[in-house]
Design a protein around this ligand. Structure first.
Ligand SMILES: Cc1ncc(COP(=O)(O)O)c(C=O)c1O
Length: 458
């Protein structure tokens, strides 16, 4: 399939000063009626009229390139007709079934089983909990506690696992947690192999991976580490909100091996990096590692809210109704998810993403060399990040310059979000069906915006 037909080819097209009159009107109504936690429109102030593929039309008919992709949900873009048709067919017949089986539901589970990596493939059980990623993380917590009869959990610095109490406890960002402590007890954070800022001051990615994995083993092995044998360890094989951090491939493999050695169930959170995002169906495939439990959401539902966990069959130790919820599997989302997997396989999307991602990463590497405020460009597939600093030698993070670059890109018609430990990483998360032309245009706008902001401080 030609991806050119899936987006507005004329993007970006900015006709007026942003935000335009109609957007401003809707934004001010939102501000009046919705609560303070609303966040994305504060960074990219538009009201959306239409989404099409990797492009967005605002209320004033300005057209943007979408490098945000609904925070990774829209792997196949906005309003993908292939998905929409399958959803409409189902919506004529069924609305909601809790966990009564439907053909659509079983089709999706069979497809998930087929694409799972390593020894999970066709050898696992799937459970749909509530519809969000956080719900999947809560399911993993409950399952691992049921399996081990233990309580503690090990998570990693830079992790993002969600906003519900359990998932928030496993999320590292202090800003999100500080008003809500204590959350669930006995959660311990250990270093992730973030080689640009390695907590062990290692010089290379491989050394950082080794030191971080060794420390994890030390925590499990040393009777005086202070960490009682945990119920599970959870890790993102490639960190998303933490700043598009790709550890050396040995790291995830070792974390899985060490977990197995100490009989701690290992959970891979593939909620953001799964479903072809990084150039493989699942990001753990880059490391040839398989988890005991995997969390899935975002792209799983083809744009609709859906989440699940998949886990080894022999771990299916919980009893009937041990984990329930009214919205455990929405039929429209399942039809969309099933169509999405078909689309990904038919179009060899993982290969497309791998090639395009490598091409864009190389293009961006030029700015890493030439710019004094780009600390590091990194990523895999279409999950890329640019870390912005005041000074390349000290690596002092610059959230201020980062948000100026985001604003400049916005004014030029590209929507992008920010993440990272210090809110200083521009994060590329476009729909995977973005054309090379649109992606290149967006990247060029990004490079020009970085140069403009850099020149403004000289
Ligand atoms: C890796 C990861 N896990 C869990 C979540 C939580 O998902 P949700 O926001 O749907 O609860 C996110 C959300 O960004 C995520 O990136």
């Amino acid at each position: 399939m030609k991806f050119d037909e899936l987006s507005f080819s004329e993007a970006p097209l900015i006709k007026n000063e942003l935000p335009g009159i109609k957007s401003r009107e809707i934004l001010s109504l939102q501000e009046k009626l919705e609560g303070s936690p609303v966040s994305y429109p504060k960074g990219s102030p538009i009201a959306i009229k239409q989404g099409f593929g990797a492009t967005i039309k605002d209320a004033d008919d300005n057209i943007f390139i979408d490098f945000f992709g609904g925070a990774g949900v829209l792997a196949l873009g906005h309003c993908n007709s292939y998905i929409d048709e399958k959803v409409r067919e189902v919506q004529k017949k069924i609305t909601h079934t809790l966990d009564f089986p439907t053909r659509v539901r079983i089709d999706l589970v069979e497809k998930i089983q087929e694409i799972l990596p390593g020894n999970l493939k066709n050898n696992s059980k799937v459970i749909f909990g509530g519809p969000t990623g956080s719900d999947a993380v809560e399911s993993a917590i409950k399952l691992s506690k049921t399996i081990t009869k233990r309580h503690g959990i090990i998570a990693f610095e830079g992790a993002y696992h969600g906003m519900t109490s359990g998932a928030l406890a496993l999320t590292s960002g202090k800003f999100w947690k500080k008003n809500y402590m204590p959350l669930i007890p006995e959660v311990h954070f250990v270093p992730y192999a973030y080689s640009y800022r390695c907590p062990f001051r290692s010089k290379t990615a491989v050394e950082c991976a080794e030191a971080s994995a060794n420390y994890y083993e030390h925590v499990l092995e040393d009777p005086h580490s202070g960490v009682v044998d945990p119920a599970m360890t959870i890790i993102e094989p490639i960190q998303g909100e933490g700043g598009s951090i790709v550890p050396h491939e040995s790291f995830i493999r070792r974390i899985a091996e060490i977990s197995n050695k100490y009989e701690v169930p290992i959970v891979f959170d593939e909620i953001q990096a799964g479903f072809c995002r990084t150039g493989k169906f699942f990001s753990s495939e880059h490391s040839n590692a398989t988890p005991d439990i995997m969390t899935l959401s975002k792209a799983l539902g083809g744009g609709f809210p859906l989440s699940a966990i998949a886990y080894r069959q022999d771990l299916d130790v919980w009893s009937k109704a041990a984990h329930i919820g009214t919205f455990r599997g929405n039929v429209s989302a399942m039809a969309a998810g099933s169509a999405s997997i078909d689309f990904m396989l038919k179009n060899k999307l993982a290969n497309y993403v791998e090639e395009l991602g490598e091409y864009l990463l190389n293009k961006l590497k030029t700015i890493e060399k030439s710019s004094s405020i780009v600390g590091e460009v990194r990523g895999k597939g279409l999950m890329l990040g640019i870390e912005i600093v005041y000074d390349k030698d000290t690596k002092k993070p610059s959230p201020e310059l980062c948000s100026k670059i985001r604003d400049e890109m916005f004014q030029r018609g590209v929507i992008i979000e920010i993440g990272g430990h210090y809110d200083n990483v521009l994060r590329f998360l476009p729909p995977l069906i973005i054309t090379r032309k649109l992606a290149e245009t967006g990247i060029e706008i990004c490079i020009e915006s970085i140069e403009k902001v850099e020149n403004s401080i000289k």
